[in-house]
Ligand binder design. Structure first.
Ligand code: BDR
Ligand code: CA
Length: 304
């Protein structure tokens, strides 16, 4: 059983990632923290509470950053709709966020846990950067930080920048400089693992969870030839079965200004770093058919 904290900005693919994680028997989700990203933090928090109400799960939720460290906030409602979770009529949340900000909740949860924590971040990394800066002594209690974000082969916000990194490049730089074992699952992986129309058609008839996921995924504006990327779901797959995503150790630098702002630059030729050193494992490949089959299997274990 893996003890995890999720830091997210639901968001349609974040919602699917939460659905998989909280219904998986091998994951103990101890806390969910929220951040501004796909929509405002008020909405990402409300969406998280709606999902927990839908799945009848009592997991603490702590609200995090309203805006990036330095950059002006710009959402992705063009892709995720103005609510961040369109297409399904969710029940009103039956719970409230806890009375601690995200950074304090992460600190408390990590220190109360008997096991080391795997931290999974699928929004911009503002909360994680603030936590790293405020509680450096907590870092050895983190087993692994798994990030959805970045790319070493082109962006989705600019020609070089991926959305989560682009939203808060200053936070990303702090995260990549921190002495934590980390894996970056970026567009190099997530754009290979497109969920096909056939898969979406199959989950439609898989009870109330399948129906909900079918409806929100159908409303998701991230459309590519061959399907839709469920970016954030890949982090949960990696946490559970790391051998299913090919990774390589690399030194990643983050551009925080200029035309390349938000780029995650991989020093693959070791021009700027000592050969043999690295600051991240970087996901480079995944089997799309496997991802689709794995996703269907996850939906099959969700409430009918
Ligand atoms: C990332 O950006 C967000 O819109 C998605 O939820 C995902 O985390 C993909 O670039
Ligand atoms: Ca996200």
């Amino acid at each position: 059983m893996l003890s995890v904290i999720l830091d997210m900005d639901p968001g349609i693919d974040d919602a699917a990632a939460i659905a998989v994680a909280i219904n998986h028997p091998d994951l103990d989700v101890k806390l969910i923290t929220t951040v501004a990203g796909n929509v405002s933090v008020d909405k990402t928090t409300d969406n998280t509470l709606k999902l927990l109400t839908f799945f009848n799960k009592d997991i603490p939720v702590a609200m995090g950053a309203k805006a990036p460290l330095k950059k002006a906030f710009a959402d992705a409602s063009a892709i995720h709709g103005s609510s961040g979770m369109p297409g399904y009529d969710f029940p009103e949340p039956q719970m409230k966020p806890i009375d601690l900000p995200a950074v304090e909740a992460i600190h408390q949860t990590i220190n109360q846990s008997a096991d080391k924590i795997t931290l999974i971040a699928t929004g911009s990394y503002t909360n994680i950067a603030q936590f790293i800066q405020k509680y450096p002594n907590d870092l050895d209690k983190i087993e692994h930080l798994i990030l959805m974000g970045g790319s070493i082969s082109g962006g989705n916000c600019s020609s070089v920048a991926e959305f989560n990194v682009f939203t808060d490049p200053d936070a990303t730089k702090i995260v990549f400089s921190a002495p934590i074992e980390k894996t970056m699952i970026g567009l190099d992986v997530t754009l290979k693992a497109l969920i096909t129309a056939e898969t979406v058609g199959k989950i439609k008839d898989m009870g109330k969870s399948g129906d909900m996921l079918y409806k929100i995924i159908s409303a998701y504006g991230d459309v590519h030839e061959g399907g839709k990327p469920m970016h954030d779901v890949n982090t949960i797959l990696y946490a559970l079965d790391p051998e299913l995503i090919t990774t390589e150790p690399m030194n990643i630098e983050v551009a925080t200004d200029g035309p390349a702002i938000g780029a995650t630059v991989a020093d693959i030729q070791n021009r700027w770093h000592e050969p043999g050193t690295y600051n991240a494992n970087v996901g480079v490949d995944i089997d799309a058919e496997m991802f689709n089959e794995w996703f269907i299997k996850q939906v099959a274990r969700m409430p009918k």
